[in-house]
Design a protein around this ligand. Structure first.
Ligand code: GLC
Length: 457
């Protein structure tokens, strides 16, 4: 009994110590956190980027996972490689589309899981360049997007379903193929290849702003990829580059908090938006970016017509920004190299809204006010942007706005003044701030009418 009590007491002591220890970041952690925040500053202000999944998988047109989903062997996949010749690829056109949508950066797949390279790697023949009249698709992308003033990033799959030394693990197309599994896989050889390709990208393509590695699973995480060495090499060539967090599985803590790692600068929630700003275990904000498809696939999928509405895209962007996050919105160009018409249509609508309202997105982040039932808030310095997204009548109660500090309230789109008051029909509790929006059943501006509240401090 005595032993049990001592055991329980020491367990209790240990957990108290660990809670206490967690509250104090080490000097090393603090220093790294500061570096992460410095590096990501432009990116956290940019808020909106374009993801581009483009590769030979556009030929079968059933998404970029087709090789894995349909257990296709490399030999059988070759027919798509043979046909892939995106003659209409015009990176300048893509860059214009991204810019007009209000996007500030773009990330293109240099190599996806199928292993086929869009760039002119010297380490393999499994690449587009020789079949594409010597054109380097990645270089053209970088040049064109930089010329439009956009920041540029590359997606690189650390998984490779083509390389003979990459084992048939995880979702490898030959995962169930016993014969294939009997081959000898020389992991070190694969790592050498993978590190070598990353080196080509960070060394030979000018300044890169973002490197988007994808992805880790099971024991294929962190040091299995020799991630520290990889990151060191990347930073040697590109000291200011921003890295995503997928060189390791970042589980976070039991409370859903995240740990800023030395191996990545930002979190990558996929196809979903967290319900609150992401914080580290000490309560500091962690940079994050939701990546989102416009239909249900990353790579081109002929029969996927499940397009998101421009309204949902705008609401999702605002949702991210209202929690200190970014949105990386995907397009999957077709086999001829063209961004699908439907994507362009949606992006144009988004761009129209951004033209009028980008001030409530760029450089903005979370606001301390509780989320109202009619929409969301974003904030930049002394200005609060009330995003009126859902039909509402009479007044927007922006509860918590300090009335004595308010200088001016207006529609962001037109600059037109809006009147406000502290009471409404006998509701004169302190803390209310009612903005008069009249009784029209229609919102003045579609999707999200932004009301700007300027304060003196
Ligand atoms: C996943 C998928 C991949 C896609 C990526 C985008 O990891 O494997 O196909 O590129 O997410 O976030």
């Amino acid at each position: 009994m005595k032993k049990l009590i001592t055991f329980c007491l020491s367990l209790l002591l240990l957990s108290v110590i660990s809670v206490y220890a967690q509250e104090k970041p080490s000097a090393e952690y603090t220093e790294n956190y500061k570096k992460v925040m410095d590096r990501t500053q432009w990116w956290r202000e940019a808020r909106f980027g374009m993801f581009i999944h483009f590769g030979a998988y556009a030929v079968p047109a059933r998404g970029e996972w087709v090789k894995s989903n349909e257990r296709i062997t490399t030999e059988k996949y070759q027919k798509y490689i043979d046909v892939f010749n995106p003659a209409d690829y015009d990176a300048k056109e893509w860059a214009k589309i991204a810019k007009a949508a209000g996007m500030k950066y773009a990330v293109l797949t240099a190599k996806h899981h199928d292993g086929y390279c869009n760039f002119d790697s010297k380490l393999t023949d499994y690449k587009l360049t020789p079949r594409f009249g010597g054109r380097d698709l990645v270089r053209e992308f970088l040049d064109a997007f930089r010329a439009e003033g956009l920041k540029v990033g590359l997606y690189y799959s650390i998984i490779d379903w083509h390389h003979p030394d990459y084992p048939n693990v995880g979702n490898h197309p030959q995962r169930d193929d016993k014969e294939y599994g009997k081959r000898t896989f020389n992991w070190d050889n694969y790592l050498k290849y993978m590190h070598g390709q990353v080196e080509e990208l960070v060394r030979d393509y000018g300044r890169l702003d973002i490197m988007w590695f994808d992805y880790s699973f099971d024991e294929y995480s962190g040091e299995k990829w020799k991630a520290k060495e990889l990151v060191q090499m990347v930073r040697k060539y590109q000291p200011n580059i921003i890295l995503d967090n997928r060189l390791e599985i970042n589980h976070g803590t039991a409370t859903g908090q995240r740990k800023i790692s030395f191996l990545g600068d930002f979190e990558t929630p996929e196809q979903g938006i967290p319900d609150a700003p992401i914080l580290d275990q000490y309560g500091n904000p962690v940079p994050w970016e939701t990546c989102l498809t416009l239909n249900n696939n990353w790579g081109y999928a002929e029969n996927d017509r499940n397009w998101k509405s421009p309204e949902l895209v705008i609401h999702s962007l605002v949702n991210c920004v209202s929690k200190n996050g970014n949105l990386l919105l995907n397009v999957g160009p077709d086999a001829r190299g063209r961004i699908p018409e439907e994507s362009i249509r949606i992006l144009k609508e988004v761009g129209k809204w951004m033209d009028d309202n980008h001030e409530s997105i760029y450089g903005c982040g979370a606001c301390q006010l509780a989320k109202p039932d009619w929409g969301r808030y974003t904030r930049k310095g002394n200005t609060i942007y009330a995003h009126w997204m859902h039909p509402n009548l009479g007044q927007l109660n922006t509860r918590g706005v300090p009335a004595d500090k308010v200088k001016y309230v207006s529609f962001l789109k037109s600059g037109a003044e809006l009147s406000w008051q502290k009471t409404w029909w006998g509701n004169n509790e302190t803390g209310n701030f009612f903005i008069n929006i009249g009784s029209s059943p229609k919102m003045p501006y579609p999707f999200d009418t932004v009301v700007k509240i300027e304060m003196s401090e």
